[in-house]
Design a protein around this ligand. Structure first.
Ligand code: SF4
Ligand code: SF4
Length: 341
């Protein structure tokens, strides 16, 4: 069972591409956290899947570090073997936080976009000053404790041409897992940008081929490793719980009233979940015949389509471009690795 808990939507930064921090400021309360613990305990009691994964989400979640500590202590008293996951901008990390995350989290990601010019182009503090120097200093400290910390990069048209240099730079900093994420909420992507990303991805593949350490760089072989889409499980085994205890089927829908599937007090509304599960059954006519139909995000998650395009069954042009980019990169990856045998 997967739970994403929104501790706050506040942040000490003001990244240009942020979609979290332009809403009304809100943080969770200790009462809501107690309710979430009870909700999870009840859910776990009544389901056969005993695995529990918790994403502690923001804004910048570490703004609510005291509440995160409280929540984890309470939940661990009642549920065993919980896997905790966090993505942080790293700028607020203290030694105490580093120790706590290292001890309790199975997966830690730092948001860092690569070389300084790429990072500082978008990841800025409220005073518009770039955060690169602070993030690198803190990330290095974290990596000393946990060598498996991931680098989560956001790529937009402004930084696409530096992707290869940025990945190399992050490897030099000591990251072994790098997750480049293309900003799908940006409307400025062009076909030319996709060509640039393809060239940059090929350079990364060539570089990784001869790299002497074990690394895991996303995007370059995503299409190869991707499993066929499974049915949506939003509201059945995946829950995103907002700061006020309202439950949504997945992260992209949080804060949008039409997607609410319940509250921690009243539980999950089965009729709403049944409605959501039914959305999967309607074919996306524009995509029929595409070889990626059973793999693409737009045919997997109707809620993303609604949020991005205003309709459950309208594919997003940028998601389509990214899927095709991934296929081309995976073909090149295969070609280069076969050539290596
Ligand atoms: S650090 Fe994350 S939450 Fe904060 S402004 Fe940047 S993208 Fe948004
Ligand atoms: S969005 Fe594009 S890549 Fe995805 S299934 Fe539709 S046509 Fe294929």
């Amino acid at each position: 069972m997967n739970y994403t808990i929104f501790f706050t939507n506040q942040c000490n930064m003001d990244c240009t591409y942020c979609y979290e921090c332009n809403k009304m400021v809100r943080s969770t309360s200790y009462d809501v956290l107690d309710g979430i613990v009870n909700f999870i305990v009840e859910k776990q009691r009544s389901c056969s899947d005993k695995t529990v994964s918790i994403v502690t989400h923001g804004g910048e979640p570490l703004i609510e570090f005291d509440k995160i500590q409280y929540f984890i202590k309470r939940l661990n008293e009642k549920v065993k073997n919980v896997q905790y996951i966090i993505t942080t901008n790293a700028t607020l990390l203290t030694d105490l936080m580093i120790d706590f995350l290292s001890q309790h989290y199975s997966e830690i990601s730092v948001s860092i976009d690569g070389i300084q010019s790429a990072h500082d182009a978008n990841r800025v503090f409220a005073n518009k000053k770039g955060s690169y120097a602070v993030v690198v200093e803190k990330a290095k400290k974290l990596l000393e404790k946990r060598s498996d910390v991931k680098a989560r990069m956001t790529i937009n048209p402004q930084t696409a041409s530096t992707l290869y240099e940025s990945v190399k730079h992050l490897l030099d900093l000591g990251f072994t897992t790098i997750v480049p994420v293309i900003d799908t909420f940006c409307n400025d992507w062009t076909e030319k940008d996709m060509e640039i990303l393809l060239d940059q991805g090929k350079l990364i593949i060539d570089y990784i081929k001869d790299y002497d350490k074990i690394t895991n760089v996303g995007l370059i072989n995503d299409a190869l490793s991707k499993m066929a889409n499974s049915p949506c499980n939003g509201g059945t085994s995946t829950f995103s719980i907002d700061t006020d205890g309202v439950i949504y089927p997945c992260v992209v829908t949080v804060g949008i009233p039409e997607f609410v599937v319940g509250t921690i007090k009243e539980g999950v509304n089965k009729e709403k979940v049944t409605e959501i599960l039914g959305w999967d059954k309607i074919e996306i006519t524009e995509c029929i015949g595409c070889s990626r139909y059973n793999y693409c995000n737009t045919t997997r998650c109707r809620m993303i389509n609604k949020v991005m395009c205003g309709s459950l069954h309208t594919p997003s042009a940028i998601v389509c471009s990214i899927e095709n980019l991934k296929v081309k990169l995976s073909e090149y990856y295969l070609q280069r690795n076969i050539a290596n045998l």
